[in-house]
Design a protein around this ligand. Structure first.
Ligand SMILES: [Mn+2]
Length: 427
C-alpha cells in the first residue's frame, strides 16, 4: 500500500482553517517572548528519526506475543511500512536494519524501493544476543567477551558481515549492543571480559570503512542480571576512547538504572564530543520499550534541552547525530505507536528550542533557582502542537498523521494485502 499526495492534501485542506488559527495564535504568543516560530518549524522539518525494522511488528515479551495482523512479512514490506510513516509525517526518512532478522538479499532492489519512498538506510545493527540456525558456536555465555577465542572470532566475523550489508545499502554506521555479561557472582572475570571485548571491538573497528562510525550502546542489566560488560555510559565511553574517533556512545533511554539523570549523561557526552545519538523509547521500570514520551515527557524535554545546547555549542546540525526509535511492545498498532513516538520527539525538541538560554544562564549565575525552574517549565507547559503540525504540513505530511492513518483504514488495507495472521521477524 502506498499513500498518494492528494490523499494527504485533501486531509490537510479539511483541517487547514482550524490549524491556521492555532498556528497564528502560538506564533503571536511566541513573538511576544522574542521567539521566532518559523525558525522552530524549520528546525523541526529538518529533524529526521530513523525507524528500526523490528518495530514494525507487534513486540512480544518473554510471556507471549500477540500479533496484530497485517504485519510486514518481508524486508520489502517493512520498507513499505516506513514509507507509509514517512508519507504521513515526513519525519521518518530512514530505516535501520537488524541483521540477521532483515538481511537484504538484493541490495539494489531494496535501495530502489527505499528511494521511491524517499527513504535512506540508517545504522545497521548486529545481533550476537541470539543463536542463529546452523551457527557453529553458541552465544549462551557471551559473544565478543566470550572466554573461548573461537566464539569471539565468530562474533567479530558476524559484525564485519553486517558492515558489508550496510555498505551495500549506503549505511554509514554499525550499532553494537552487546548483551554479554553474567547472571551470577563469580561467573565472569570483569577485567578479562572487558579486555576480550576491547580486542573484539578493535578488530571490528579496523574493518570499518573510512567514512563509517561504530556506535557502542550500553545497558545496565538484562538479559544478564548480575553484570553487563558494557553496563553504563562510562564503560561505553571508555571503549570508545580506546577504539578511536570513529567510535561514539549510543544512549538508549531504556538502558539505565531507575531514576538515572540521563540529561546529565547527555550533557557530559556532548561536552566530550562522543555522543553518537539516541535510541528513543519510554519506560516506567526498566527497558519497557514504551511509546516515547508516554510516561515521562518532562524527562524527554530535559534531555532535549541538553541536546539543543550541546548541538549549538558544537556547531553541529541535528542531522549529524543518529536519532532512532527503539521500542517494540505488545498492545498498540505498531505504526500508530511509531507516529506517536515521532510526534513526542518533535514536541520535546520544539519545547527545548523555545527555552530562553540567556535568561536561564542569568538565573543560574544569580542562583535564582525559582526562575531557572520557571524558564524550563514555561517552555514545557506551552502547547507546541501547532508548530509540529505546521512543520509536517510544510514538508508535505499530514496535519494529523494518526487521524489520517485511521480515516484511510491503512491497517485494514494492510490486513487485506498481507493477511490477518502475519508475524514480522524480530523479538
Ligand atoms: Mn537500543
Amino acid at each position: 500500500m502506498k499513500l498518494e499526495q492528494y490523499q494527504i492534501d485533501q486531509h490537510n485542506d479539511s483541517l487547514l482553517s482550524k490549524h491556521n488559527n492555532q498556528y497564528i495564535f502560538i506564533k503571536e504568543q511566541l513573538g511576544e517572548q522574542g521567539i521566532n516560530a518559523n525558525e522552530i518549524v524549520k528546525a523541526l522539518e529538518a529533524f529526521q528519526v530513523a525507524i528500526p525494522s523490528w518495530a514494525l511488528g507487534t513486540g512480544g515479551t518473554r510471556f507471549g506475543r500477540f500479533s496484530g495482523g497485517g504485519e510486514p512479512r518481508s524486508l520489502e514490506e517493512k520498507v513499505e511500512d516506513v514509507g507509509l510513516l514517512h508519507a504521513l509525517n515526513h519525519s521518518s526518512g530512514s530505516i535501520s536494519l537488524h541483521i540477521p532478522w532483515d538481511i537484504p538479499e538484493q541490495a539494489q532492489s531494496i535501495i530502489a524501493l527505499a528511494s521511491s519512498l524517499n527513504l535512506q538506510f540508517d545504522a545497521v545493527n548486529s545481533n550476537t544476543f541470539q543463536d542463529q540456525k546452523n551457527q557453529e558456536h553458541s552465544y549462551k555465555f557471551g559473544s565478543l567477551s566470550h572466554v573461548d577465542a573461537a566464539v569471539r572470532k565468530q562474533a567479530v566475523a558476524h559484525n564485519i558481515e553486517v558492515i558489508k550489508y550496510g555498505k551495500d545499502l549506503g549505511s554509514k554506521a554499525l550499532s553494537i549492543w552487546l548483551s554479554d555479561g553474567s547472571c551470577f557472582p563469580g561467573q565472569s572475570n570483569f577485567v578479562k571480559s572487558f579486555q576480550y571485548t576491547l580486542e573484539s571491538l578493535q578488530e571490528i573497528y579496523a574493518a570499518l570503512p573510512d567514512d563509517w562510525k561504530v556506535y557502542v550502546e550500553y545497558k545496565a542489566y538484562e538479559p544478564n542480571f548480575y553484570s553487563t560488560v558494557i553496563q553504563d555510559w562510562g564503560s561505553s565511553l571508555l571503549f570508545c576512547q580506546k577504539l578511536g574517533p570513529k567510535a561514539d556512545v549510543l544512549v538508549d533511554l531504556g538502558h539505565h538504572l531507575p531514576n538515572a539523570n540521563i540529561e546529565q549523561i547527555v550533557a557530559t557526552l556532548m561536552m566530550e564530543g562522543r555522543l553518537a545519538g539516541f535510541h528513543f523509547n519510554d519506560s516506567k521500570y526498566g527497558d519497557d520499550d514504551l511509546t516515547v514520551g508516554s510516561i515521562r515527557p518532562y524527562m524527554l524535554f530535559l534531555i532535549f534541552v541538553e541536546l539543543v545546547e550541546g548541538m549549538k555549542r558544537a556547531g553541529r546540525a541535528s542531522d549529524t547525530y543518529a536519532w532512532m526509535i527503539d521500542a517494540s511492545h505488545n498492545v498498540k498498532d505498531p505504526l500508530e505507536d511509531l507516529l506517536q513516538s515521532v510526534e513526542a520527539i518533535l514536541l520535546a525538541y520544539a519545547q527545548a528550542l523555545m527555552v530562553d538560554r540567556k535568561k536561564l544562564e542569568f538565573a543560574r549565575s544569580q542562583n535564582d533557582v525559582v526562575l531557572a525552574q520557571q524558564i524550563l517549565q514555561n517552555a514545557f507547559r506551552t502547547d507546541v502542537r501547532p508548530l509540529v503540525r505546521e512543520s509536517m504540513r510544510l514538508s508535505g505530511g499530514a496535519l494529523d498523521p494518526i487521524g489520517l492513518f485511521r480515516n484511510l483504514g491503512v491497517r485494514s488495507e494492510l490486513m487485506n494485502e498481507r493477511g490477518k495472521v502475519t508475524v514480522a521477524t524480530g523479538l
